[in-house]
Ligand binder design. Structure first.
Ligand SMILES: Nc1ncnc2c1ncn2[C@@H]1O[C@H](COP(=O)(O)OP(=O)(O)O)[C@@H](O)[C@H]1O
Ligand SMILES: [Mg+2]
Length: 610
């Protein structure tokens, strides 16, 4: 009952899925048409080759039976026999016919396969780029819900599944499907009564195909999901080599990996089982059909309607059905895997991009920021991360945020960057709610150095000039590196600016990575600069060096610094103390020390100074 209702609920969405996949194919309409044309040629040539046997055999028999078959009629039409002896005639016509048909079949095979690949590769490319473009524009909340491995697996494994389905499987379906149709048509033409006997068993085969398909899809989904985990765990472990060794966690990590891989193995085996069991069942059903066929065919009355040639041709056609039917049942697993994957990919493509309702364009903001009674919880998480945060920051001010870790400082910056929307309250830039600005324009106003430095495995130039390579020259780049105290070490790298950084900046020290991130933000030259613990990995000396440089960089911009060390804080125009998602105090260093609250105690602990 539940299974039944589930199935009927699945049915319409399946059709929607096919329809949508077809719309991708439709873009390559001409190639698709040529491919079908090729496969039609292929399957018709196949049938005619069977008919050629009939022509050959009938030429040996009584001549009254000659000239009845399809090939025979064609040959006689093209080349009248005249008074040539039947065997002599066939001796020329059959070999020539065989070669011509083989050539047609070969051409059809080439056209069909090659053009279907043009379609398939096009579909895959389009899907892959669409998924990538969708993922890259999706709101942060959506990305939060996935591991990196899952995302990578979508773009690689899932897309490959679709590619398998759309190239190999589609080809098989069309080529073998057409062959089956052509063979059945030919059998009907030879003897329709006998062919109908054959059909009696067809529903059985169709039933096997359907049931098997449903199982295939279920296992494919599981395999797909577990591939995401496999990718994630491998990624994670490759990045955590040091930790795994030093915490003696190789056993633990291995165990996790083994479990995931085991699940994948079991699901793949289930799939393989269904696949391996379905083909023989379909074959046995086919053999039963053939047995029934033979029995009827050898009935004297029916036999009378056949020439020896047409009987052999009929049986040859019926036997030839075996191979395409086998591949058709087999290819189901590929198709179902592709369908399961495309379901997932379409879901990605359909995820709406970040909302961008703002209509206000802005060139360069002044940098006046107002936080009005901000409350915030992360989506899907009850806990209040921010509560009643109100603050006015004048253009050009430097404001330091201090507080214990988990106080909500980074979250507040996320809201400013419009990664999330506040649950309540409003943020204004230059007197306008920030949602009123166009997202791209708004984000251009902010240079962010986030707590977690992200570098790309690309050149130093590409990393620092990220997003603005078309607008900057080396002089500006070096200037920014200079400001971030990074110029010296970059110039000491083997290829200077052109040095390709290892995976995510491997091979640089934490401090060097941070300085590159600062240089990147400095180069953006935005009116608002946000530094989220941007100097946490620097030693006191290089921080002191950067400090003055940052002050130069901060001049003329609104700067928000989440600080963990005193030197930054003391120079700020305003210090905001946060705790438990609230602003519990604000003022200058002196006034806050005088209050003798959290700030003073954090100060005495040295803010976590080394
Ligand atoms: N993506 C997230 N989803 C849910 N909760 C989060 C997320 N990021 C941070 N938090 C929670 O928000 C609170 C504030 O974190 P955060 O703003 O990073 O603090 P701080 O930067 O002051 O150390 C913490 O309790 C943290 O667990
Ligand atoms: Mg933080």
């Amino acid at each position: 009952m539940t299974d039944e209702s589930k199935r009927s609920a699945e049915q319409p969405s399946d059709w929607a899925l096919y329809g949508r996949l077809l719309s991708y194919v439709a873009i390559y309409g001409l190639a698709f048409f040529l491919s079908i044309l090729g496969f039609v040629g292929y399957s018709v040539a196949n049938v005619l080759l069977a008919d050629l046997t009939r022509f050959l055999l009938d030429s040996l028999g009584e001549s009254s039976r000659m000239g009845i078959g399809l090939v025979a009629q064609m040959v006689h039409g093209l080349w009248p026999r005249g008074d040539l002896d039947a065997v002599a005639y066939a001796r020329i016509a059959v070999p020539v016919g065989a070669i011509v048909l083989a050539l047609v079949r070969a051409a059809g095979y080439f056209l069909g396969n090659y053009f279907m690949n043009i379609v398939a590769r096009g579909v895959v490319h389009r899907l892959r780029t669409q998924v990538f473009d969708a993922l890259i524009r999706v709101p942060k909340v959506v990305i939060d819900g996935y591991t990196h491995g899952e995302l990578v697996s979508k773009l690689t494994f899932n897309v490959e599944q679709v590619s398998g389905a759309s190239s190999e499987a589609l080809k098989t379906i069309i080529r073998d499907g057409l062959t089956v149709l052509a063979l059945i048509a030919y059998m009907l033409y030879l003897n329709w009564q006998l062919t109908l006997v054959f059909f009696a068993v067809t529903p059985g085969i169709a039933g096997v195909v359907l049931v098997v398909g449903r199982h295939f899809r279920r296992y494919s989904r599981r395999i797909q999901d577990s591939m995401g985990e496999v990718t994630q765990l491998s990624n994670e472990s490759m990045h955590a080599f040091d930790e795994i060794r030093m915490f003696s966690a190789s056993y633990q990590q291995s165990a996790r990996f083994h479990a995931v891989s085991q699940f994948n193995r079991v699901q793949s085996l289930k799939l393989a089982f269904v696949q391996a069991v379905s083909t023989p069942i379909a074959q046995v059903l086919l053999a039963i059909a053939l047995a029934v066929l033979f029995w009827f065919a050898l009935d004297p009355e029916i036999l009378a309607g056949f020439t020896p040639g047409s009987l052999v041709a009929f049986i040859a056609a019926a036997t030839q059905l075996g191979k395409p039917i086998r591949t058709l049942t087999n290819v189901q697993s590929v198709i179902q895997r592709g369908l399961a994957a495309s379901e997932d990919l379409f879901a990605q493509i359909d995820t709406p991009a970040e909302a961008d309702p703002g209509e206000h364009g802005i060139d360069r903001a002044q940098g006046h920021i107002a936080l009005e009674d901000i409350g915030f919880s992360y989506p899907g998480d009850e806990r209040r991360v921010l509560e009643g945060v109100s603050l006015t920051i004048a253009a050009g001010q430097m404001v330091a945020f201090v507080g214990r870790s988990g106080a909500g400082k980074s979250s507040l910056m996320h809201l400013l960057c419009r990664f999330y929307a506040p649950t309540s309250g409003r943020i204004k830039l230059d007197g306008k709610p920030i949602e009123a600005f166009r997202l791209a324009d708004y984000r251009r106003q902010i240079a962010l150095v986030s707590q977690r430095v992200v570098l790309f495995s690309d050149t130093v130039r590409a990393n620092v000039g990220f997003g603005q390579l078309d607008r900057i020259d080396d002089a500006q780049l070096l200037q920014a590196l200079e400001t971030a105290q990074a110029r010296e070490f970059v110039e000491a790298l083997p290829q200077g600016l052109d040095t390709v950084l290892g995976d995510g900046g491997d091979g640089l020290s934490g401090g060097q990575r941070q300085r590159l991130a600062i240089a990147r933000a400095v180069l953006k030259n935005a009116p608002i600069l946000i530094l989220d613990e941007a100097t946490s990995a620097l030693d006191t000396e290089s921080e002191a060096a950067i400090q003055s440089a940052l002050e130069t960089a901060a001049a003329g911009r609104t700067t928000l610094v989440i600080a963990h060390r005193l030197s930054t804080v003391e120079r700020a125009d305003l210090i905001v103390v946060m705790d438990g998602g609230r602003i519990i105090a604000s003022g200058t260093h002196e006034s806050l020390m005088h209050e003798n609250g959290l700030y003073a105690s954090l100060y005495h602990q040295g803010f976590g100074e080394p």
